[in-house]
Design a binder for this molecule. Sequence first.
Ligand code: NAD
Length: 415
Amino acid sequence: MEENLNVYEIVQQQLAVAARELDLDPGVHDLLKEPMRVFTCSVPVRMDDGSVKVFTGYRCQHNDALGPTKGGLRFHPDVAIDETKALAAWMTFKCSLVGIPYGGGKGGVQVNPKELSRREIERLSRNFIRALAPIVGPDRDIPAPDVYTNPQIMAWMMDEYSQLKGVNVPGLLTGKPIILGGSEGREEATARGCVIVVREAAKAIGLDLNGATVVIQGYGNAGSAAGRLLKELGAKIIAANDSSGGVHNPDGFDPIELKEHKDRVGSVKGFPGCNEISNKDLLELECDILIPAALENVITTKNAANINAKIIGEAANGPTTPKADEILDERGVLVLPDILANAGGVTVSYFEWVQNLMNFYWSAEEVKEKLEKIMVKAFKNVYNAYLENDVNMRITAYMVAIKRLDEAMRVRGWV
Ligand code: NAD
């Protein structure tokens, strides 16, 4: 049978398996299948040449049983409603899994920001948040940066919304620059969370991290920080890549120097002391820990049987297909699923929002301590349930997340 690679259908499949295992009430399952709200808007932008272009924007609010919805806004030509719905559902499960009081949301504008000037991107950001203003807010739905959006875009949006309301509203969104109420530790939070669960998983299966070999697919924000943090724990980074190529040295290399090289030349390629390696070969290298930190659907039926890692820590969203999950589980590879392994990002976003609401700010050390507690607890909840159940780590993670959502919807009286 052809492997299904549509992310919306993948979420539906994963939810259906978890619902069956939990013997979930059909009403709860139906509530989780479809988002509670999908908002579409036209966003007009005055271009630098005086003409007006109109872009389509979306915001999907999947489920708010546990709290206001939370999730990124992306600016990308492929932004589409199905993918936005899938990503919003993943956010619902992720927030529930780590026990933070949020539901899931996601949104974006169908646009290629590389074709826009900085001023045009600023006008797009301001006009998009004006269009979203009736449905977002610190108690309602809290956006964040995502693909091709960044702290500067969050700053423009926060400013526009605050001007509209006539008061300063830093808690409108997260991922802001620190000067406007961003949190210490947000930049490395996804990687730090991922490395905490990898460290706990290594302990659980008796793998010594000292000298353990690590391969990283996607040496961007999450991937490069994961490399640095794993090296701090004694691991040896032996390969990494980005969209233009990969580098490999079986004796290991310094992940910070590789990051500096990439910042300087724009790619990991040509890093001294390493051989070149293709994306396909990199994923199949023999290693203790594989960190996919790039794209969706990179571990599939085509390569799952050749993956040579003991632990996969999914920093990326959706890197492994359901069929590949089955193959990896049968082969004894421990997959730390995305909704667990990359939840450090939304967790520190939650810290940012809490600090904004209190107007009281924490040190980087306090943020690290609080993140550590939440991630260790989430790993233990999933791993202990995994040992008791007969399903893989991903389905177990869904089950842990859905149980909390089920309870919240019941006590609210929705089912
Ligand atoms: P990023 O853009 O900083 O890095 C992505 C990297 O992947 C880039 O270096 C890019 O060159 C590389 N890449 C692209 N195509 C590739 C390919 N075919 N093969 C190998 N590498 C390729 O993005 P990021 O913020 O690090 O996010 C990476 C992943 O982590 C995404 O799936 C994202 O959804 C997920 N994630 C990120 C965060 C966060 O806070 N940054 C939070 C949760 C999930």
